[in-house]
Design a protein around this ligand. Structure first.
Ligand code: ADP
Ligand code: MG
Length: 941
């Protein structure tokens, strides 16, 4: 098939509860396929327009005729891609966008009717169509794999033995692939749904145990769809194989490929190399398309994700991207960046081909490869020569797309490894369907056994997957920051004692701060009602929190309580009977009892921010994805996307501490927040405009003179901190005020220190000015300049006597009088003296020192306001006359040997002194911002 562009859709979600509670404004509008985004700071002329294949307005509800439902998104994109899969093309759908923008909702969706995303709908449709079109001549098979890429490591989500870290290899025939990734045979949509559920559970368990940030991982759900047609006449079989890749990318908020947001850079923030590289790959491909030339170099190999999706990005695939947008004004920058990203992506052209009989061809070519490798090994005397087949020696193997393999010669170890690998691939390809099903079933049992061993509850039918909720037994349900991972693990609390910890327990947890024996739940029937009463008993030293409060003594749990064990295992306790009774009594539902609530309580009560802690850990990890990529991304904690939640209706208001950003100090372990600084003393004062706070505060005042002034402005704070403040911290007022006072005292002493430093500088400046004034009066005589300097130029640095003038001279000594006489009468002396004066002036002017501090570049020099003092025209009546007439500065400028002494435009007002009145000119004193001194010397009336 000829090249087709990547299909690009954008979709805007409704406001989240948090955005609504903050009265967020919608910055997105859509008309037809066009999406407009308005800069909230420039609402009049800050609108940008983008056109895509589809612009989905999901900001409102079904009642809105323009509303784009899950179904419509699937019908436009999913159905088309499924049709291509039936034609035999590889297809790929990618979801891109910042965390919380709706990627997972679009791809996976929710369980409720009408809320399912593209993946379940596509899978369901796939099986429905297979059932419709299947016949004795046409048979289908579907295999599924599900992997996650986190910090450049690949984890098989369907194989319980996978610990993450599968190798991504490149086979000369297959191209890049994940070694040992399980590919499970499925016979129905229910099978696929079960696998998706299992995969999501595995992802949740791993993310929680490993303390990972799920929004930083990419999930790739792949379906290998084969159609086998048997021609009844010729009895020849043809096969078409399509790979359907459904990718839920990591949150894009810190991985802007453009790198345009440099101000948010912070050390070690290159959290997601795969996403960064994806941006580079897309840019390179888009550029190649726009210039209509073959791309020279596409950095596919720079990350695991791009390497695995190589064919889907500009290769043999029909690809679509859905960019999820947040509507809120606070996410404007991220949303604009997503739109630009999507705009670049639509330029990419892919070159899909129908994959006909790839397996038969692949097996043929793999066999030839095996023969070649055996020959190579036997030539090196490494294998039994009997292994060598009688087939003619082959040359380098061709790749699947027919290019000759350009392989470097293989060493014996590599050849042996390759041989084993190729034989394994052949065996897998030759596996019968029954064998595949058996392997799939074995893995399912292993997965469920592992979950059961961890204490994850079983359904009545024995399975662990699917949504189920016990009717009577009290239980814990997991809560996660990512809605996709929330409420998918369930743990029963049995009658008697249920132990929790690492070793010899009923509920097995791992991760930071989980002890071998962490806590236990005791469930005993209440003697009066017979209802089970569940008590949580923490073990000594175990971190256990109930509703944000750390508990060290046994506590009776109530249905709906939030429990945090260790640093990141978050649960909701549910007592079905209690919950039912509460419902019957008409208790108001209150805010959602979710991860956000649990996190906010923890922050309020303990000052612990789980998200921040995880990010810090992530940034400190010495992992592959942090090396090498120059596009470091801002580490700022996810912006608007759904961190600490909206309190929601009915939630009690947060206490506002008197010093909102101060957390009680004291011993804290890693992961606890340090007390936030209220004020800061910057090392260097920012220039105007470098930050909004400094620009606003300094806009009305002149530019700062000294670069070390203390700032009493609030320190710029991370959004995270602001959110934290909003969450409110339970800091006692006294403690807060004490901290506040300490800080103010610190600032005061710093101000004193800096003031005395400034006094020193001013003293030094005065001395220098004094020196300069002694040598500054320079008569400008062009004729003198042209003459060669006399050999006997005086070296005497004594002050030059000014020419006769109206004002009485300052007390001259005898030497000064002699100097005057010589200057008047001896031209050679005069030339020499002038030359020396100029040199001296130049030396002092170039001397550096504190002068720039006194006069920042943007500030107009003060002497421009007082031209009288600056222009020593006395010696040249022509100049004086020209100046007095308000013209003639051009010739002066040309003639002046010292550019710094050029006259400014005439101010028009009568000047003091005698220049305008024809009386003797004033002394030609070159004033260097030293009016006070001149006044002191009586030179200014
Ligand atoms: P992401 O995967 O991009 O981080 P999610 O898909 O998890 O974001 O979405 C965040 C929240 O917003 C979820 O609670 C989800 O249900 C909700 N959401 C996202 N998109 C929509 C939409 N189009 N309609 C309704 N709710 C949505
Ligand atoms: Mg998601």
């Amino acid at each position: 098939m000829a090249g087709a562009s990547v299909k690009v859709a954008v979709r805007v979600r409704p406001f989240s509860a948090r955005e609504s509670s903050r009265q967020a404004k919608c910055v997105i509008q859509m008309r037809g396929n066009t999406t407009c985004i308005t800069n909230p700071k420039l609402p009049k002329d800050g609108t940008k327009h983008f056109t895509f294949d589809y612009s989905y307005w999901s900001h409102t509800s079904e009642e809105d005729p323009n509303f784009a439902s899950q179904r419509r998104v699937y019908q436009d994109i999913g159905e088309e891609m499924l049709a291509h899969a039936f034609e035999g093309y590889n297809v790929c759908i990618l979801a891109y966008g910042q965390t919380g923008a709706g990627k997972s909702y679009t791809m996976m969706g929710r369980q409720e009717p009408g809320q399912r995303g593209i993946i379940p709908q596509l899978c369901e449709d796939l099986f429905a169509r297979m059932a419709r079109e299947g016949s004795p001549e046409l048979s289908f098979s579907v295999e599924v794999s599900y992997l996650e890429i986190y910090c450049e490591r690949v984890r098989d989500l369907l194989n319980p033995k996978s610990r993450g870290g599968l190798r991504v290899r490149e086979h000369p025939l297959l191209g890049p692939y994940v070694q040992d990734l399980s590919r499970l045979a499925v016979a129905s949509f229910a099978d696929i749904a079960d696998l998706m559920d299992s995969g999501n559970k595995a992802r949740t368990v791993a993310a929680t145990n490993m303390n990972e940030t799920s929004s930083r991982s990419h999930a790739v759900f792949s379906i290998v769809f084969s159609q086998r047609r048997q021609d009844p006449l010729s009895e020849l079989a043809t096969e078409k194989v399509s790979r359907i890749s459904l990718v839920d990318l990591a949150g894009s908020e810190r991985a802007d490929a453009s790198g345009a947001k440099g101000i948010r850079l912070k050390e070690g923030a290159n959290i997601n190399k795969s996403l960064t590289t994806l941006g580079k790959v897309i840019s390179a491909l888009a550029e190649a398309t726009s210039k209509k030339k073959k791309p020279e170099f596409i950095p596919y190999r720079d990350s695991v994700l791009t390497w695995l999706l190589k064919e889907n990005l500009g290769g043999n695939s029909r690809t679509a991207m859905i960019a999820a947008l947040s509507p809120a004004d606070c996410s404007y920058e991220e949303t604009l960046s997503t739109l630009r990203y999507a705009d670049r992506t639509k330029q990419i052209r892919c070159h899909a081909v129908i994959n006909e009989d790839p397996n038969a061809r692949l097996i043929r070519e793999l066999r030839r490869e095996v023969t070649r490798l055996r020959e190579l090994l036997s030539a090196q005397g490494l294998t039994d020569p009997s292994l060598t087949s009688s087939a003619p020696p082959s040359t380098a193997p061709p790749t699947l797309n027919g290019d000759p393999g350009l392989e470097p010669p293989l060493g014996p170890t590599e050849a042996m490894e390759r041989l084993q690998e190729t034989e394994k691939i052949i065996a897998e390809l030759n596996e019968t369907w029954e064998e595949k099903l058996r392997r799939t079933e074995a893995l399912r049992l292993e997965r469920e056994a592992l979950l059961a061993e961890m204490g994850v509850a079983l359904r009545e039918d024995g399975g662990t997957v699917g949504v189920f909720s016990p009717k009577k037994t009290p239980h814990l349900v997991n809560l996660n920051e990512d809605p996709l991972m929330s409420e998918c693990l369930l743990y029963h609390i049995k009658d008697g004692v249920t132990r929790v910890g690492r070793v010899d327990v009923d509920i097995k947890l791992s991760g930071p701060s989980i002890q071998d024996q962490h806590c236990l739940f005791r469930s005993c029937p209440d003697p009066s009602s017979g209802e089970a009463v569940v008590t949580l008993e923490p073990c000594e030293g175990a971190e256990t929190y109930v509703n944000g409060k750390q508990v060290t003594e046994p506590v009776v749990l109530k249905s709906g309580n939030r429990l945090i064990l260790g640093q990141n295992h978050v649960f909701r306790f549910t007592h079905p009977e209690q919950a039912r009774r509460q419902r019957e009594q008409g208790a108001s539902p209150g805010p959602p009892l979710d991860w956000n609530l649990a996190q906010r309580e923890l922050l309020e009560q303990q000052g612990i921010d789980m998200r921040l802690h995880r990010l810090q850990e992530l940034q400190n990890q010495p992992q592959g994805d942090k090396e090498g990529s120059e596009q470091t991304q801002p580490p700022e904690v996810p912006a608007c996307p759904e961190p600490p939640p909206c309190p929601g209706p009915g939630c009690r208001p947060l206490p506002v501490p008197s010093v909102p950003s101060v957390v009680p100090s004291g011993p804290r372990r890693a992961g606890r927040r340090e007390p936030l600084r209220v004020y800061q003393i910057p090392q260097r004062r920012r220039g105007p405009g470098t930050s909004s706070s400094s620009s606003s505060s300094s806009s009305s005042s002149p530019a700062p003179r000294v670069s070390t002034e203390p700032s009493l402005e609030p320190a710029p704070r991370l959004r995270e901190e602001e959110e934290k403040d909003e969450g409110g911290e339970q800091v006692s007022e006294v403690e807060g005020l004490r901290l506040h006072l300490d800080r103010l005292a610190g600032i005061l002493s710093e101000v004193r220190r800096q003031n005395s430093a400034k006094d020193e500088q001013i003293r030094a400046l005065r001395d220098r000015v004094g020196q300069m004034e002694r040598v500054i009066p320079i008569p400008l005589d062009d004729a003198d300049d042209a003459d060669p300097p006399p050999q006997d130029a005086p070296r005497d640095p004594s002050p030059c006597c000014p020419r006769p003038r109206a004002d009485p001279p300052s007390p001259p000594g005898a030497a000064a009088a002699r100097l005057c006489r010589l200057m008047e009468q001896d031209p050679a002396f005069r030339r020499g003296r002038l030359r020396w004066l100029r040199q001296e002036q130049a030396r002092l002017m170039a001397g550096g020192g504190p002068q720039p501090l006194l006069q920042p570049p943007r500030r107009p020099p003060r002497f421009q306001q007082d031209p009288k003092l600056r222009f020593p025209f006395k010696s040249n009546p022509q100049h004086r006359l020209a100046w007095a007439g308000g013209a003639g500065d051009a010739p002066q400028a040309e003639n002046s040997p010292l550019p710094s002494l050029q006259p400014p435009p005439h101010s028009g007002r009568p000047r003091r002194g005698s220049l305008d009145g024809g009386s003797p000119p004033p002394p030609r004193v070159r004033r260097q911002r030293s009016a006070p001194d001149l006044k002191a010397r009586g030179q200014i009336p």
